[in-house]
Design a binder for this molecule. Structure first.
Ligand code: PBG
Length: 326
């Protein structure tokens, strides 16, 4: 049947009928808010490359977590800027580092919000790479695994509900699972950044986290943006190694993979709407070139339509407020 029997516009003529046939909806339950934790107290400094996002000391991060919990946001993900960085990322697994202290403080506050710890070394290494660099100047995969596993255990011990490895080393999910189990933490889920691309869209985050590599780039471990089949294989490997949930990252440019991964594995699948995507929307909206709220809602809804179960987004708190009519 075709025109004139078929007139798709019949179902678009009013808001009630559009609501009736709507396939996807943004819900507060889909959202995870990233937070950047720094040393000190009383710190809430706006991040220049991420206007509207803040460097928070632990006390202020607890306040923010409490606000997010009040809005019904189910999770937040913590990134940390340590006091000192070194070649071996020693602060990554320190219980005095901002992320571990924030995990503990938010857990102590008894808030109804999941604390996810991003497990990676790039915020902690002096050279800014996501792993241990050997004498040849290469990121040494297997030497990095032990440090990542130790970091994940220290984050879970501090009070993280979930650990989220974002380094793209081979075998890290298996190493982290084994270490958590060994440490009597078998109930801690692993949210793996399973397909993470070597993307230009992380620029503002690297400014925020002070984690831009000092030499070279991340193409030796993060994925080539040209590869889709490989992303599906990466996800398969992480699931085999014990990942409980997977992330595709970045978001909008990679929604084809969200759909493929969801269809192939029927696994809890998240997408990271990253800093560069946020920055693009903010920059255009600030110039009056986009309707900010509509563009944000459309972007996040597109993630849902592609198959994402949840979205890591710098807009989580704000969108939760919109959804609650605040
Ligand atoms: C750590 C990490 C990065 C992001 C999340 N975890 C940066 C990177 O890989 O360089 C980026 C998040 C964003 O851009 O919003 N490896």
């Amino acid at each position: 049947m075709a025109f004139p029997q078929q007139r798709p516009r019949r179902l678009r003529r009013s808001e009630p009928i559009r609501r009736l046939v709507r396939e996807h909806e943004l819900s507060v339950n889909d959202l995870i808010q990233p937070l950047f934790v720094v040393p000190g107290t009383g710190v809430r400094d706006e991040i220049p490359s991420l206007p509207g996002q803040f460097h928070l000391s632990v006390d202020r991060a607890v306040e923010e977590a409490s606000k997010l919990a009040g809005l019904g946001v189910p999770g937040l993900i913590l990134f940390g800027l340590p006091e000192q960085k070194d070649e071996r990322a020693s602060q990554a697994c320190s219980e005095d580092a901002p992320v571990q202290r924030a995990c503990a403080a938010i857990a102590d506050a008894g808030l109804d919000v999941l604390v996810i710890a991003d497990t990676c070394l790039c915020e902690y290494t002096s050279h800014g790479h996501c792993g241990i660099v050997n004498d040849r100047g290469e990121v040494d995969n297997d030497a990095t695994l032990a440090v990542l596993a130790k970091t994940a255990v220290s984050q879970a011990r501090a009070g993280a509900d979930i650990v989220a490895p974002s380094d793209m080393m081979d075998g890290r999910v298996r190493a982290i699972r084994a270490a958590l189990d060994e440490a009597c933490l078998p109930e801690i889920p692993i949210l793996s950044y399973a397909a993470k691309f070597a993307s230009a869209f992380y620029g503002p985050f690297r400014d925020a986290a002070g984690s831009a590599p000092e030499f070279g780039d991340r193409r030796g471990y993060q994925m080539d943006p040209a590869n889709g089949d490989e992303a599906v294989r990466e996800v398969a490997l992480d699931i085999e190694e014990g990942a409980d949930m997977v992330i595709i990252k970045p978001g909008l440019p990679y929604l084809d993979l969200v759909r493929r991964v969801k269809d192939a594995f029927e696994y809890p699948t998240g997408v990271y709407h990253v800093s560069g995507e946020y920055a693009m929307l903010e920059a255009a909206a600030a110039r009056g070139w986009l309707d900010r709220r509509r563009a944000v809602e459309e972007s996040l809804l597109a993630c849902k339509r592609a198959g994402a179960d949840f979205i890591l987004t710098y807009y989580a708190g704000e969108v939760a407020g919109w959804l609650a009519g605040r």
